[in-house]
Design a protein around this ligand. Sequence first.
Ligand SMILES: [Zn+2]
Length: 326
Amino acid sequence: MAANTEMPKAGQDYPKNWSQFLEWFHSEDACREYLNNLRWPGGFVCPKCGTAAKPCRSTRGRLMCLHCKAQTTVTAGTIFDKTRTELRVWFAGIWYITNQKHGISALGLQRVLGLGSYETAWTMLHRLRRAMVRPGRDLLHGKVEVDESYLSISDRKSPISPVGRKSNTSKVLVAIAVEMLQPKGFGRIRIRQIREGDHESLIPFIQETIQPDSLIHSDGSPAYRNLEELGYHHRRTVHLGSDIPAHESMPGVHRVAALLQRWLLGTHHGAVQPGQLDYYLDEFVFRFNRRTSRSRGLLFYRLLQQAVTTSPVTYGDVVAPSIADS
Ligand SMILES: [Zn+2]
């Protein structure tokens, strides 16, 4: 299997459809073998001493480095680390998630996979969201719209909320960047939760997500004042007192904000805790940026590939808020 070619082939590197999926991933060993190829496309490399040589294989997928004798598994040091859920279930979950246009809630995943607990489904989804950001991904470039937008979320833990319990709806601010294609259409996006729509929040977002020399289109806020000093071209549209409504002058950001809000309310019933929001944003961005991908199997392959190169997260890490909720 040529697992690391730039454009993997359907039916050769990843299953074309569900029946092929079932055929390929019929056992834990088959899943492990597939992960082996994704994690070490050029052959096994010992994570401890770095020796690249065929390992000694023992039961239950243990691999032993013949040089330093360290033992490892293909899942150690990845998001599957120490999971008690079978790889077959993980694979089915990933297939399902990447095949749903709008993703799936933890409750939906629990049902479709027949999982015993809601927490298992919830933890799977959250671990996978960690794998949705490819390390070292390219910065946006070209003409890029940047603006802030408020999202409504509720702090309910799950869509099944005890009768009569009121949930707290809150507004959170996010920064959105959208590549604008010529002559029309949207390219890739980035979104991040920010504390305020000020210079201190927006400039790091821009510098970490957009390539210098790009043309940034923003509103007239003073937060964007020194973009040119930072190596960007800058075009402002001042909304105040203007006849042009914001959704017309910043169509990309407004479209993405509307889709994002609809996704949070639809798939997740708006039930997202503010400390977890960034991971939902990562999932939204992952889907949006791959929306034109013709093959869902390819998405499965990409997510699995990122999953074996993403560090493990424990249930504790997942539950801990990603930003200090002060
Ligand atoms: Zn070794």
